[in-house]
Design a protein around this ligand. Sequence first.
Ligand SMILES: [Zn+2]
Length: 532
Amino acid sequence: MFDLILKNGTVYDGTGASGQRVDVGVRGGHIEAVGDLGNDATEVIDCSGLTVAPGFIDIHTHSDATLLSDADGYSLLMQGVTTEIIGNCGFSCAPCMKRELVEKFMIGRLPGQAFTWNSFGEYLDVLQAQKPGLNVGAYVGHNTVRLNIIGNEPRLADEDELTYMGNVLRQSLDEGAIGVSSGLEYNPGFHSDLQELVSIAKVAAEYDATYATHVRNRDWQYEMGVGEALATARLAGARLQLSHLVPKVGAPEHAADHILEMMDWTKRLGIDVGYDVIPHEWGPTFLYTILPRWAYEGGVKEMVRRLADPSLRPKLKHNPFPQWKLVAEKRWSELVLTRSGANPELIGLDFEEIGRRRNADPHDAILDILLEEDENMADLTWVGKISPDRDIRLMLEQSDCAVISDAITLNVTGPLKDVRFAPTAFGWTARFLGHYARDGAMMDLAEGIRRLTSLPAKRMNLDRRGELRPGYFADIVVFDAASIGDNSTLQDMNATPTGLVHVYVNGKAAVADGKRTPARAGQVVRRASRRH
Ligand SMILES: [Zn+2]
């Protein structure tokens, strides 16, 4: 007798194998059997005309702080995601020794939210106590570790600090972190050099854990950014994940092809190189990344002081290499504000329009808006039209390319209901399967499902997830492959997608008939094997 049988659907196991008309039987949170199973179950769900697949896995999110305010997981569950990996781009909520600094620079933190833990393990315990609606694994972030040890100081780490960083990373991995991430376009990660990066990637390698990196640059000097990451992995012997690897607008046209060739050379050396892309032209980041690096010194208080000083304004606006070349090219209409406490009426508007409304140069408007947020300026985010569609498609055509949201998990009710982050937050899986895989005729359904399931599960060494097979956790999604599609727009980012019907997390229905249930069956996924 099963707890649940999904009957009459077309079942894809996640390996890329074609669909089969079989039943899926679930018992005790696991998949018990796949085949002709009859009707002997507490619950039998008719999946006629629908696709049954492993739950989707999002290996790149920034929900570290938001899950603590609301762990429901609504925005991801409603698009079939049953596992997310947080702590990306160098930012994790733990360890937390210099609490105020870690809080100030943490992505997605809500105003007033207090970080009450010290170690990484304590953070994971707090997260599990929130009863997440989906499974969550977490990288430990290099930016966070560096803030704890060196603060905001714009300098290289010395030998003692490198040793200290290594020990903090080891402790975090021992306590369940799934890998080590870096974010080298961000403060304070951009102060590190190759030696520091090799030393942190070596710690990941000791544990056979993934070193994931948001590379130093993907437009002006894309080959330096990608090259540094490849050298880091080669010198450290680490498994590498290149995060959101589409060259940004402003990179030369050949950049994506060149990046693929660069990765190929490194793979030939036996280095395990993976990468992922956001299936959308618009991507998110912090608004304050418009500032030149020198402006970060001393932390947020000093940043506020500099923004308020009219004599420094020309110097602040003179930033020869901003994070996005879009900024240097003054493409203000391709930059949209997504979060602001002081100016909520401007959310969803582009900066050409905001400049018009404020009767100001858009660049000044951005700096003013940062200043108006005062010490919460690190909470402000925007999205930019940063990824050329042709490059997204070229990357997605590669059979080893994973797909990610790069978003934060949100909700339509509760404390997160007014938070906007990126148009991928609610619809990235549906956009990938609908807009790219199906409508763009880029790949068949079996391959599209593999990219969202077994491929990311293998990248992250997830135990018994990412495939529909006996013994695996019963993370399952049931959807209509003909109609699946995303509904998010820049003005209405938090729109749920079309086509998702049922979602199961560890055997419990999280979405039933297209509606979120009250179930909170997610597990914090800790790195299973010990150091070798
Ligand atoms: Zn990133």
